[in-house]
Design a protein around this ligand. Structure first.
Ligand code: NAD
Length: 317
């Protein structure tokens, strides 16, 4: 496993990291014991960064992850969770709620310290509140030693500079972007020089586009357009026809970008995490990559959007 520095946080994170949302049954009904074994396998194979949220499975992902982490030395993993988004699309970025949320997450996770606390999907928020209320509350928690670092997450990439440009240096230490640096969408790349200049660490999530580029395809709640689903299927089918695994290519594509500190992949299967770690250690097949990018070209950067209209990216399908 290779490691890269996460911005200026002083943390060195594995280039492939573990996204715990599947432990909440987000993609399919999962077996908790299998999920717990997946976490242990990830750690044993050198993954040292784990991301979760109280939103995933309405707190279930944090609860199962907490059971997995019980008894594991605290210095073996860097733990990130989030505040502001809760079950059934409820958002509350008030200082009181996010402060209480940290206590609740710590109790479920069985820890008294969170390495990275992130505002979850700020495109649904009034960004003035994030800047004026939520981030100052997180700074207080950081000063009190309850958390190590502060981040923000979102789908439309424009929300990141919208916030980072309005706060002092070192307030927002990381961004987590999802579905915007994967085989079918590379929009995040345009902002990487900006993050580098600002010293903000980049976490890339969902290398398969939350199932879009897998054999199983997208779950029912997935907001992908019909064109995206059909376009991605062509790549899945092509890879199957030549005996290649599109997930392998998707993971190698994301983890090989030096400007991205880490890529979070989700799974509740020990076999899948084993395969994914092995994929990240192998060189990408450039010829196959070229062919797959060509198949995906008609839908390149055609993504869905969501959140408040003022936070939407201009370029969407
Ligand atoms: P992903 O692209 O990692 O895809 C997960 C899907 O891929 C699951 O269905 C899983 O079963 C499947 N999969 C994984 N490995 C596989 C393999 N080897 N073969 C076949 N299928 C495989 O999407 P994700 O789980 O949504 O994203 C990863 C993590 O990133 C999440 O768990 C979460 O922690 C984080 N994330 C955060 C945000 C946010 O903060 N807003 C949004 C999305 C994701």
């Amino acid at each position: 496993m290779q490691y890269r520095p996460l911005g200026q946080t002083g943390l060195n994170v594995s280039i492939l990291s573990y996204g715990a949302s599947p432990l909440g049954g987000v993609f399919r009904n999962t077996d908790d014991q299998e999920g717990i074994r997946t976490v242990h396998t990830a750690l044993d194979l050198g993954i040292n960064f784990i991301d979760v949220s109280p939103y995933y499975g309405a707190t279930k992902a944090e609860t199962v992850l907490g059971r997995a982490l019980r008894g594991i030395a605290r210095d073996r993993y860097i733990l990130a969770t989030k505040v502001g988004q809760y079950d059934d699309g409820q958002f509350d970025f008030s200082a009181a709620r996010v402060t209480r949320s940290l206590d609740e997450s710590c109790a479920r996770l069985g820890v008294d310290y969170i390495d990275l606390l992130q505002c979850h999907d700020i495109e649904f928020a009034d960004l003035n509140q994030i800047v004026d209320e939520t981030l100052p509350a997180l700074v207080k928690l950081r000063q009190a030693g309850r958390i190590g670092h502060i981040g923000i997450t979102g789908l439309p990439i424009k929300v990141f500079p919208s916030v980072v440009d309005r706060v002092g240096s070192g307030i927002v230490e990381t961004i987590l972007s999802f579905c915007r640096y994967e085989l079918n969408d590379t929009a995040l790349e345009t902002l990487l020089p900006y993050f580098q200049k600002k010293g903000v660490g980049v976490i890339n999530a969902s290398p398969t586009g939350m199932g879009l580029l897998t054999e199983r395809g997208v779950p029912g709640w997935h907001p992908a357009t019909k064109a995206m689903v059909e376009g991605s299927r062509k790549a899945v089918e092509y890879c199957r026809s030549i005996g290649a695994d599109l997930v392998k290519l998707a993971i190698q594509f994301a983890t090989s970008h030096p400007g991205i500190a880490t890529t979070l992949v989700g799974t509740a299967s020990p076999d899948n995490i084993r395969k994914n770690v092995a994929y990240a250690a192998q060189d990408i097949d450039r010829e196959l990559l070229g062919r797959v990018l060509e198949i995906l070209r008609p839908i390149h950067n055609h993504n869905f959007t969501r959140g408040r209209p003022e936070n939407h990216d201009p370029l969407v399908a």
